[in-house]
Design a protein around this ligand. Structure first.
Ligand code: ATP
Ligand code: MG
Length: 421
């Protein structure tokens, strides 16, 4: 076994027994996004690494430590597997001039890549569904995003997810706050870890996002951005909260919520659960009014969020929610030349009628074929021998109930299989 090739650490196969859960999730998500008027955008998985450096920030965990960045050996271009979806979405919107006179409600879904230490709920290839609203400045859009997410939890039957909310203010508030933060951390140099020391002057706000337990006390005693807000920032935050309250959304203000990416301002939020251990954030986002200009577009306000699909599916699994599987209606067994030709016809006719049909392949005795039918989880076996073929009929046998087998025409079989769906 030692020389077999295996999947890359932290990158998972999604096996057929698990895909119904994924498909169910994706179907609910698609309907939900349509219900709010969001349209899908699909961008490439590989982008120039400069895009992520510029969008996410050079001094962030993602860009410094987690990005799969590499040089294309064929032409020397600096490329990266996307670690998140917002940067590429904004890049595409600028490139195709989608914001010309029209704000956009967009969504994307797919795999993201981060070179992290794999553990439960944290993988190197993981999946996100993300939502971006570009060209909207008001607090109503921040609130729409939060309210619609609460609706998704309801549609999925998920409870045990709570909302944490904060504001990062605007550039002026943050500049004021930055000075006070640097002073605080400088006064406690000896307690800073290597990351914090390095970020002290380049990105002090990021120190608040540390996962190092030894730094928690210092972070707790740091000055609060909340105290550096100006009237515009306070009004925006209060308006968002007013809309949340009038829509019956409960939340907790968490002044320590800063998010791991540089591009946020004003509202930031996370949906968290205590049911998944350490990896408890299932959805996170906020406003990023400066990002479009930062990537080279004409300045426009925007906000958005992304959810971690693996974490939500783990939650869904733990919640005991019923996931409808796609049934196979019939498994066709057949033997003999005429029977086989007829079996292909029957399979086609039933599929045209919208039924899910497996046609036995690989020959074998009726007995061996029936074993395959039993193991297939189909509802019915359709048995076709030369006798049936000559009469243009099918012998139908339930694989779930102890019922007599019955002989019938294609039309009757179609009707029966449809009516018992
Ligand atoms: P964390 O603090 O858990 O590292 P993050 O702040 O890096 O999360 P975002 O970049 O905001 O995460 O991504 C949005 C969501 O995507 C997260 O809330 C989480 O549910 C999911 N996510 C992020 N990184 C991973 C990963 N490596 N594996 C699985 N899911 C992830
Ligand atoms: Mg992270």
């Amino acid at each position: 076994m030692s020389n077999t090739i295996q999947a890359i650490r932290g990158m998972n196969d999604i096996l057929p027994e698990h895909s119904p859960r994924w498909q169910h999730f994706e179907a609910v998500v698609r309907d939900w996004l349509a219900a709010y008027g969001y349209r899908e955008i699909r961008t490439p998985i590989v982008e120039q690494s400069a895009l992520f450096k510029r969008a996410i920030g050079e001094v962030t965990d993602i860009v410094e430590k987690e990005m799969y960045a590499f040089e294309d050996i064929l032409n020397g271009e600096h490329l990266a597997l996307r670690p998140e979806g917002t940067a590429a979405c904004v890049r595409a919107v600028i490139e195709h001039n989608l914001l010309y006179n029209t704000p956009q409600r967009l969504w994307y879904a797919g795999p993201m890549f981060r070179h992290e230490r794999p553990q439960k709920g944290r993988y190197r290839q993981f999946h996100q569904v993300g939502v971006e609203a570009l060209g909207f400045a008001g607090p109503d859009m921040d609130a729409e995003h939060i309210v619609m997410t609460a609706d998704l939890w309801r549609r999925l039957g998920l409870t045990d997810i709570t909302l944490e909310l904060n504001t990062l203010g605007n550039a002026a508030c943050r500049a004021r706050h930055r000075g006070r933060l640097i002073a605080h951390f400088e006064a406690h140099q000896d307690q800073l870890d290597a990351d914090a020391k390095r970020r002290l002057h380049s990105n002090p706000l990021r120190i608040l996002d540390t996962k190092n337990p030894a730094m928690q006390a210092l972070v707790e005693s740091a000055p609060r951005l909340m105290d550096d807000l100006d009237t515009d920032a306070i009004r925006h935050f209060e308006d968002v909260q007013g809309l949340l309250r009038s829509n019956g959304i409960e939340y907790r203000i968490n002044p320590r919520l800063v998010r791991g990416l540089d591009y946020y301002n004003y509202t930031v939020f996370e949906w968290v659960t205590d049911k998944l251990g350490a990896q408890g954030t299932v959805c996170a986002g906020g406003r990023y009014d400066s990002l479009i200009e930062q990537i080279g577009g004409k300045s426009a306000p925007a906000c958005g969020y992304a959810m971690g699909v693996e974490r939500l599916l783990a939650l869904l699994e733990g919640s005991g929610a019923v996931v409808p599987a796609t049934p196979t209606d019939a498994y066709i067994v057949h033997q003999g030349e005429a029977a086989t030709a007829f079996a292909w016809q029957v399979a086609n006719a039933l599929r045209q009628a919208g039924l899910n049909v497996v046609l036995h392949c690989g020959g074998g005795s009726f007995k061996a074929q029936m074993k395959k039918a039993d193991a297939s989880a189909a509802r019915y076996a359709l048995i076709i021998g030369d006798d049936e073929a000559a009469a243009g009929e099918i012998t139908l046998k339930s694989l779930r109930e102890a019922a007599e087998q019955a002989r019938c025409s294609i039309v009757e079989a179609t009707y029966l299989l449809q009516s018992r769906n």
